[in-house]
Design a binder for this molecule. Sequence first.
Ligand SMILES: C[S@@+](CC[C@H](N)C(=O)[O-])C[C@H]1O[C@@H](n2cnc3c(N)ncnc32)[C@H](O)[C@@H]1O
Length: 380
Amino acid sequence: MAECCSKSSECGTGCGSQGIGVYADVKDYYGKQLKKTSDLKSNACVSPAKPTPAFIRKALKEVHSEVTSRYYGCGLVVPECLEGCRVLDLGSGSGQDCYVLSQLVGEEGHITGLDMTEEQLEVAEKYIDYHMKKFGYMHPNVDFVKGYIEALQDAGLKENMYDVIISNCVINLSPNKSAVLREAYRVLKDGGELYFSDVYSNKRLPEEVRTHKVLWGECLGGALWWKDLLLLAEEVGFGTPRLVTAHYITIGNKELESLIGDCKFVSATYRLFKIPKSCPRERRQVIYNGAITGFEKMLEFDVNCTFQEGQVAEVDGEIAAILKGSRFAEEFSFQPVVKTQPASTGCCPAVSQVLLCPAVGMWSKPAAISHSHSSSTELG
Ligand SMILES: C[S@@+](CC[C@H](N)C(=O)[O-])C[C@H]1O[C@@H](n2cnc3c(N)ncnc32)[C@H](O)[C@@H]1O
């Protein structure tokens, strides 16, 4: 129990008294108690809401079965347009997502997985050579680092290093989520993106839920109220969180259900951009060039915003700045909004209208949030 306090100055997580014991408990849960996906005690870590694209299914098939057998993620953390990117995976576990992304970034790209649990890192590291051989790479483009997601500097990760950070069902486990977002922002390059799946609740969770070890370990007890994510993201300097997908979580365990009472949970994937300050936030017409592998016909950027190849779409100032200032810049052409032109597809509503996870009342009445996800629900 005392690990966090006795070592917080050492590990630099700044977790304070609230985090007492959390690190030790989570390491014990993922290092000793769970040996395989089916050992989980609830449905919180479930498959993604969206169907997995064929090229990602193919990449997944290449991953060693010992790695996939210890997968505890709650979403699909494969953003588009990764070729040549430097990627960081926060809480990489046994490495499944790293080995999928290793294939997508290619030999010129690189992915670093960071985790604090020795047993998870051991499995991940054991198969580096196996995968590099399988992918035909001369030099490994994957490495794993032991460390805390709240203290990336202590783990040797320098600022402005990464194009993309992914994380799959991990940030809820942190006792200091604000530090996690601050550190992610620091190590991202300008224009970089934090693309992550996590569990969110429909309200701030009561003490008895937050302090229950199994609920915390199962990624429920530490879930953020989704509105707090919006506050934290803004505080840290990220642009408006963009919801990619969300679906309601069933617990599937009577004992845990009785403990959580009327708290509700969803698994959601958000994208948060570190928008360069120099990028003007001006409404633009944009045209997607269809050159991103796997998304040649259309690019579903978030639940509100789908770009069709070759079609003019009008976007608000923030999306224009994101596209212009990020790795997507080369995939779009940009032009000022021309009032006299025929109506464009106008895929992206103004920032104030962007669907984040609104409508607490929607809990009992799941509604599709995007044409393609029938099982999705609006959150909170
Ligand atoms: C639910 S598992 C997800 C693992 C992996 N992303 C996956 O999809 O299989 C959570 C992982 O995050 C790691 N973790 C939790 N809190 C952490 C922290 N504060 N710093 C570093 N790693 C952490 C755990 O050790 C565990 O491997």
